[in-house]
Ligand binder design. Structure first.
Ligand code: ATP
Ligand code: MG
Length: 149
């Protein structure tokens, strides 16, 4: 199962939720890893590297490239990860679109402000556009998704 924590807003707790969820599943003995899709900040990769070794080990892998995200997920699934948590990027770009395409569950944290609610509405509009393409199996090869707003 692929669970993505994503939102076009920054600093809303995506990475924190991704890490806590991973810790929970691992403590339940479910083989779980995180893919950090934010190749600029790499905050969850850095977080994993500085963690105390005596704490529960949470595997974190950086996304290879945007186009390789579906392949990354396949690779980690083949390695036996039952739950793959995608730590999302704070913008509406190709990473966010691909994250929507590959995920079984999308978690969208928001803070209680009108600005966040408005950006959440834009996110939902984008999701509805992308959701149509989820039924097309060759979407990754065809790269049909285009931003329309
Ligand atoms: N429930 C919470 N209560 C208070 N502070 C929180 C909570 N969740 C996260 N934070 C803090 O808010 C800040 C941003 O959290 P986090 O890095 O998880 O957000 P993010 O959405 O992943 O950010 P980015 O968009 O930059 O990737 C951090 O300092 C984090 O410790
Ligand atoms: Mg983050």
């Amino acid at each position: 199962m692929i669970i993505a924590v994503t939102n076009l807003k920054g600093g809303v707790g995506k990475s924190t939720i991704a890490r806590n969820l991973a810790a929970y599943f691992i403590k339940q003995r479910v083989k779980t890893c995180i893919i950090d899709t934010d190749l600029e900040q790499r905050t969850t990769c850095d977080w994993q590297e500085r963690r105390d070794n005596s704490e529960v080990h949470i595997p974190v892998f950086p996304m290879t490239t945007v186009n390789a995200l579906p392949k990354d997920v396949e690779t980690h699934s083949a390695d036996g990860y039952q739950i793959i948590i995608v730590d999302g990027v704070p913008q509406m770009d190709q990473v966010a679109t691909r994250t929507m395409l590959i995920s079984d569950i999308l978690l969208i944290p928001i803070t209680p402000s009108i600005d966040d609610l408005k950006s959440f509405e834009r996110f939902l509009t984008r999701f509805e556009e992308v959701n149509i393409h989820r039924r097309h199996p060759d979407i990754f090869g065809a790269q049909q998704i285009r931003r329309t707003q």
